[in-house]
Each structure stands twice: as structure tokens, then as C-alpha cells.
Design a protein around this ligand. Structure first.
Ligand code: COI
Length: 379
């Protein structure tokens, strides 16, 4: 069998806009509502493989009404961020992980896979072309949304003969409308986000749309997001836009930082992986100021009963979510079984573990601390 062409950055057609938009001040940005001047598009077909990439003006897509994405939800996507320093250096955070995850999602959704390095190269070119759009105020960045959709004109249900990969960029500040204040979660078991053998661990559009009704119901009760539970014993899984970490004080005076294990129910978050690696590094001697010395880090099943028990005993010390959009967001309240579990947040609104990990992650992302995860896009 002859291999079909993969994505080839050397074939890039660069068509810069002739009418750049006016950039709004960062303080007015609402997450994901403002888009930069350009986008990347790459078409694929089962006969010819990946075609020449194009970076051109940001514009509406033209889709036939029979396109498979519109009927059968063929959408895989990623969330990644670019950061700009005062000296103009632009950095991406662990883009290799996003490329690998998009390929994994594509394979699960019967969409074409691609050379991850080639897409990363093209994303760097797009980000550099729109680098003026990257806000550099603390807490602000450029959110990058690579998206892969099925575009075959067909109502029959089957694998796609045509697909479109596109990348758009949006200057952003905090994900939550409350800004960087703690968020409140409603532990939800009336609805299920993911199940064994399902698609919950893949970044597919189908995992997000159906969460809106539960989220609106939670919002009516004063909670920002749902905390998805699974199983008879109400095990924590994830929040839908964040992975979740819980810190428990231990009888020996130590602290356990626990997060639900990966598997079919949990998205393998890049920030989740980074937080685990940094906390484990701290235990091994790569000390992070502010993290307790006697820390243990576990990926294990955590059930709601443990949180209730720990709240009662005073051993529930912190809860926070991690995600590309949310970065590290502190949780101060979880609604469960008709009452609220209250979580301490400390005088500055975030506990010591969340605070020190947030500062280490953002220092790496913005290049304040040199790290192999921080990839310079200007190269
Ligand atoms: C992300 O953190 O990038 C996400 O995908 C969350 C979201 C805005 C869907």
C-alpha cells in the first residue's frame, strides 16, 4: 500500500490578511470570545492524504449541510496556550502532549491522524504571525484551539473520506467569569459524563455538549461546574473542564495530594500531568517553595465519603482543579447530597499547595524558570 502524504509544513501557503482587526484591551476579554487575525487550515481526504496547509485570514468555514461533523459529532479538539515575554519571546507549554492527545482522539473518532511535529511547526508559525495578539499581563495568554472535523458529505454512518484540521487562536484571561476567585462544584450523579469503554478520556466534542444541561442546573443552585461522580460509592472523576486534586492531612502530620487515576473516566490533562510531575519532583528533592516537606502524591480512587469524613475531622486541607483553560483553580465548596462540603482556602483565597504549584507552573509557562516543557515558538 502506498503511504498517503502526511502534513508537510514546507508546502505552507501563507496568505496574510489585508484588514487586521482592532485588538481589544485584555481587561475586556471574555474567555474564547475574541479571535486573532489568522487561522490554519489543512484538508485531508482518504484518496490524497493531507493537502498543503494554508495560513490565511480568520473566517467562517464553508460546510455542506450533509457534512458528517454536523450530524454525527466528528469533532476532536485541543486546548493549548502561548505566552509572550516583554522581550518578545513566545512560548508554548508542552505542545507535544497536545499533539499526541489530538492524534489519540482522532483515532478514537475515526478521523485521520497526522505527523505531530509537522502540526506543531505550523502552529508555531500561526502563533508567531499573530504574536501581537498574545497578552502579556500576568494570568493572560493566547488560547490555541486545534480542531479536527469530519467533512464528508454523507448521511450514512461510517468512517470519513474527508476531514478538515483547523487551528484558531483567542487571547484570554481567566476561564471562570468569577476571575481568579475560588469556584464551587456540584457533585453530580443524576447525569453521567463518562463510563468504562466510552469516550470520556478523549478530547472529543461529544464529551462537552451534553454537559451543558447539568451545568445550567448546577448554575441555578449557585455552582460554577459539575463534579462528575461514578459508581455506587460516588467516586470522583473530573470536572469536565478540569481534573481534580484533593489534599488530605494525614495522621502522621504529612499531607497526601490525591487525584483520580487515568482510565476511561478521566481526561489525561496536560496540567494534571505537570502538577503530578512537579509534586513528585519536590518529593525527590527538586524542592518547590511552599509545598510541604512531608508530601505524598497518589493517583487513586477518591470517594465523596472521604471528603465528608475529612471535612468533619478537619483533615480536608485543599481542593483544586487543573486544566489548560482553568490553569489551577481553587475549589472552596462542593455541593453533595443536599449540603455543602466546605474547603479551607486560606487568607489569600488559595491554599499553600495550589499557590505554590500555580506559581511554579506559570513561571515555567512564561519562561521565568527555564524548563524543558517550555518551547520557544520563535525558533
Ligand atoms: C481546556 O482546558 O483547554 C479545555 O479543553 C477546557 C475547555 C474550555 C473545554
Amino acid at each position: 500500500m502506498i503511504a498517503l502524504p502526511d502534513i508537510d509544513p514546507s508546502l505552507l501557503k501563507l496568505e496574510p490578511t489585508s484588514s487586521p482587526k482592532i485588538r481589544p484591551p485584555s481587561s475586556t476579554l471574555i474567555f474564547g470570545r475574541t479571535f486573532t487575525d489568522h487561522m490554519l487550515t489543512i484538508r485531508w481526504s482518504s484518496n490524497s492524504g493531507w493537502q498543503a496547509p494554508v495560513i490565511g485570514p480568520y473566517r467562517p468555514l464553508e460546510l455542506d449541510p450533509s457534512s458528517t461533523v454536523l450530524h454525527y459529532a466528528f469533532t476532536a479538539f485541543e486546548g493549548m496556550k502561548a505566552y509572550r515575554n516583554e522581550d518578545g519571546t513566545v512560548r508554548l507549554f508542552r505542545p507535544d502532549m497536545n499533539m499526541a492527545r489530538l492524534n489519540r482522539s482522532a483515532a478514537r473518532a475515526a478521523l485521520p491522524t497526522f505527523d505531530p511535529k509537522a502540526l506543531e511547526t505550523l502552529i508555531k508559525k500561526l502563533v508567531m504571525l499573530d504574536s501581537e495578539w498574545i497578552p502579556n499581563e500576568p494570568g493572560y495568554s493566547l488560547y490555541i484551539r486545534p480542531t479536527l472535523i469530519g467533512t464528508q458529505n454523507a448521511l450514512g454512518v461510517g468512517p470519513n473520506s474527508d476531514a478538515l484540521l483547523f487551528v484558531i487562536c483567542s487571547p484570554v484571561g481567566p476561564y471562570y467569569a468569577s476571575g481568579y476567585k475560588p469556584v464551587q462544584l456540584l457533585a453530580t450523579k443524576k447525569y453521567v459524563r463518562a463510563w468504562p469503554g466510552g469516550t470520556g478520556s478523549h478530547k472529543l466534542g461529544v464529551n462537552y455538549g451534553p454537559g451543558i444541561v447539568p451545568q445550567s442546573e448546577a448554575a441555578k443552585e449557585g455552582y460554577s461546574q459539575n463534579l462528575w461522580l461514578f459508581g455506587e460509592d460516588d467516586a470522583l472523576t473530573e470536572v469536565g473542564t478540569m481534573n481534580l486534586f484533593v489534599a488530605f492531612k494525614k495522621p502522621d502530620g504529612g499531607v497526601e495530594l490525591a487525584t483520580p487515576p487515568l482510565g476511561d473516566l478521566v481526561l489525561p490533562g496536560v496540567t494534571r500531568d505537570s502538577v503530578l510531575a512537579l509534586a513528585r519532583g519536590h518529593i525527590k528533592g527538586e524542592k518547590i517553595p511552599g509545598l510541604p516537606d512531608n508530601l505524598t502524591v497518589t493517583e487513586r480512587k477518591v470517594v465523596m465519603g472521604e471528603l465528608e469524613e475529612a471535612e468533619k475531622n478537619g483533615t480536608l486541607s485543599e481542593v483544586f482543579g487543573t486544566g489548560t483553560a482553568a490553569v489551577i483553580s481553587v475549589v472552596d465548596r462542593i455541593g453533595y447530597n443536599g449540603r455543602d462540603i466546605t474547603i479551607p482556602t486560606g487568607p489569600r483565597g488559595l491554599g499553600p499547595i495550589a499557590e505554590s504549584l500555580l506559581s511554579r507552573v506559570t513561571d515555567i509557562q512564561t519562561g521565568k524558570i527555564e524548563h524543558e516543557w517550555s518551547i520557544v515558538a520563535n525558533d
